[in-house]
Design a protein around this ligand. Structure first.
Ligand SMILES: NC(=O)c1ccc[n+]([C@@H]2O[C@H](COP(=O)([O-])OP(=O)(O)OC[C@H]3O[C@@H](n4cnc5c(N)ncnc54)[C@H](OP(=O)(O)O)[C@@H]3O)[C@@H](O)[C@H]2O)c1
Length: 286
């Protein structure tokens, strides 16, 4: 991947950091994003050491904050005039209902809306690459969502449940991927979604109640390593297939079926429209 520039959100930890190391080893220039400068610097040093590459940099971003996403997008555009691969990898889990600074439910705001805004703000730089790729980290957890109530983002009319809300955000990742792929048809840019497997990270420990945290920790022996969890992202970022196929949901480096409601084009279009409303900007793309 010599000469290619790859941006990986949440590249300071877990699957994102393992993906960064592997792609740096393949010769790509890597820019990770992290919400903490300290964590970013530590991760950059580790990625450089483990990959033997010097072409690793970072930009700080809090994906839950639209203001932070807009500021970081400017810095990323200046740093990377051409973006060959954008891996929307960052993600969070919250056991209790929490609203972000924009007044939106945290998992929807971070896992979906932050990446929706970032991707669209970086579009010109993605178009500047010959055949750019957008890779969105979703999850098999999307399967628990079969309906999307876009009028109740903050669970005012339904009880909040951490896993249901996580599932909804990962369901949105697939709808966003499909709508993006549809709008980018003919541009040479591909968009694909990934389920990385059950991966031994700390995602469900950081903002989890004690029993969720305990359940997650007890399940860890059954999970795969971060290196294994990164394989599908790496495949889509570096293989020929990843540059040719678009709109898919991928598991273990193969195209797979996401649940039927996540394949509905009307729901995908409605989510795009709602997301535009929530960020206060239209992104027609086509
Ligand atoms: N682990 C699994 O079994 C699994 C399964 C299916 C899908 N996934 C998906 O895989 C992706 C990576 O997760 P992981 O398991 O590697 O988790 P992780 O180790 O917790 O890494 C998540 C990354 O996202 C960052 N992040 C969280 N909230 C953020 C915010 N508001 N702004 C900016 N960055 C933020 C984290 O930063 P901090 O280090 O500062 O927290 C971290 O860098 C996620 O999208 C997740 O939904 C994971």
């Amino acid at each position: 991947m010599e000469g290619k520039t790859v941006i990986i959100t949440g590249g300071n930890a877990g699957i994102g950091k393992a993906t960064a190391i592997a792609l740096a080893k393949k010769g790509a220039s890597i820019v990770i994003t992290s919400r903490s400068e300290t964590k970013a610097k530590e991760a950059v040093a580790e990625i450089k050491k483990q990959s033997g590459s010097d072409k690793v940099d970072f930009v700080t971003i809090d994906l839950s904050s639209q203001k932070s996403v807009r500021e970081a997008a400017e810095r990323l555009k200046a740093k990377c005039p051409k973006i060959d691969v954008l891996i929307n990898n960052a993600g969070c889990y919250f056991s209790e209902l929490k609203l972000n600074e924009d007044g939106l439910e945290m998992q929807f705001a971070t896992n979906h809306l932050g990446h929706f805004l970032l991707t669209n703000l970086l579009m010109e730089n993605l178009k500047a690459a010959e055949k750019a790729r957008i890779i969105n980290l979703s999850s098999i957890a999307h399967k628990s969502t079969r309906e999307l109530d876009l009028n109740d983002i903050n669970y005012q009319n339904a009880a909040y449940d951490g896993w249901k809300s996580y599932s909804r955000s990962k369901f949105c990742n697939i709808l966003f991927t499909r709508e993006l792929a549809r709008r980018l048809e003919g541009t040479g840019i591909t968009a694909n979604a990934v389920h990385p497997g059950g991966v031994r990270t700390e995602i469900a420990e950081k903002n989890a109640n004690w029993y969720t945290k305990l359940g997650w920790i007890l399940s860890k022996p059954l999970m795969v390593t971060v290196e294994d969890g990164a394989k599908t992202s790496i495949h889509l970022a570096s293989s020929e297939e990843g540059g040719d196929m678009s709109g898919g949901y991928w598991v273990k480096c193969k195209k797979y079926f996401s649940n039927r409601p996540s394949q509905d084009p009307e729901t995908a279009a409605a989510l795009w429209k709602k997301s535009e409303e929530l960020v206060g900007q239209e992104f027609p793309l086509s």
